[in-house]
Design a protein around this ligand. Structure first.
Ligand code: NDP
Ligand code: A1CAB
Length: 264
């Protein structure tokens, strides 16, 4: 398996795959940064290369993990070297039609993962082109499921919505965590106490919601005693347009994914 691009998202996937038992020697990462290649070798034990054609030669599966703006340059360098291989793209917004125009009519699975893949807790959407056969589809799914859950999408355009929900989603929660820590510290906690209380609360709330038997709205109401403290906090948030803010933010993420993917 080869990765073109060894940055943040590739590292999260590598960490997840290796923790799940994939042999690092089976993985080669192509990245232009000598320091980054040394870091990847030291951290994950993978092989590295700086030349994309040589790097992909032995792989049957190639993960395209560069920024959308760099894909055309990669395609120019790689030429026809991906013929017969499975290309798994993780690039936000880049449509399969554009990948086919750049890399030729090869088997392509377009995915949108997220960084919790590092802990095997990724949430990934995927969609395959018509060149992908049953064995390649199963291989892509096995890889994705090694670092979290995989949703096989009925339409390609839903991948831009996946970017808004789960691809970028960890950042919404991190922002809330950052601000809760800051606010906790300003209410008199030490920063350390504000941090552990906030993180344990985030973990506990997410774990309860993830059990799935009680909807989040009901869980929220159970915390919200009539006319109590939670009510005093949440009511102004709702009045100040929290729901609209989340919708606008996620629509902006989705639209940016579309824009990035269409850019030449
Ligand atoms: N970060 C995230 O949470 C997620 C990211 N993605 C997608 O993953 C992709 C990568 O994003 P991310 O990991 O955040 O970005 P990074 O910038 O962290 O990683 C990209 C890596 O690719 C390297 N690179 C640049 N040019 C080439 C080239 N020609 N050949 C090989 N490697 C090259 C970069 O090197 P250098 O820095 O030296 O240029 C960098 O190390 C994007 O398409 C993004 O949309 C998808 C889901 C989530
Ligand atoms: O911000 C980005 O463009 C990437 C895609 C999804 C998450 N991070």
């Amino acid at each position: 398996m080869a990765f073109i691009g060894g940055g943040n998202m590739a590292s999260a996937i590598l960490g997840g795959l290796i923790a799940q038992g994939m042999a690092p020697a089976q993985i080669i990462v192509i990245d232009p940064g000598a320091d980054q290649r040394a870091h990847l070798r030291a951290t994950y034990g993978v092989r590295t290369a700086d030349d994309v054609t040589a790097g992909c030669a032995e792989a049957d599966t190639v993960v395209l993990a560069v920024k959308p703006q760099v894909i055309a340059e990669v395609a120019e360098r790689v030429g026809g070297a991906l013929k017969g291989k499975l290309l798994v793209s993780i690039a936000a917004g880049v449509p399969i039609a554009r990948l086919e125009a750049l890399f030729g009519p090869i088997a392509i699975v377009r995915t949108m993962p997220n960084t919790p893949a590092l802990l095997g807790l990724g949430a990934t959407g995927m969609f395959a082109n018509d060149c992908v056969d049953a064995a390649q589809r199963a291989r892509a799914k096995t890889i994705v499921e090694a670092f979290g859950l995989c949703v096989d999408l009925p339409r390609e355009d839903l991948l831009d919505a996946v970017t808004a929900v789960s691809g970028s989603g960890p950042a919404y929660f991190y922002l809330l965590i950052e601000e809760m820590i800051r606010a906790g510290a300003s209410l008199g906690f030490t920063r350390e106490d504000a941090t552990i209380m906030t993180l344990q609360t985030a973990l506990g709330a997410a774990s309860m919601a993830a059990q799935g038997d009680v909807p989040p709205e009901v869980l929220r109401r159970r915390v919200t005693s009539p006319n109590g403290t939670t009510h005093a906090a949440i009511t102004p948030m709702q009045k100040d347009g929290f729901a609209d803010m989340v919708l606008r933010a996620m629509t902006a993420f989705r639209d940016k994914a579309v824009e990035l993917g269409r850019a030449e």
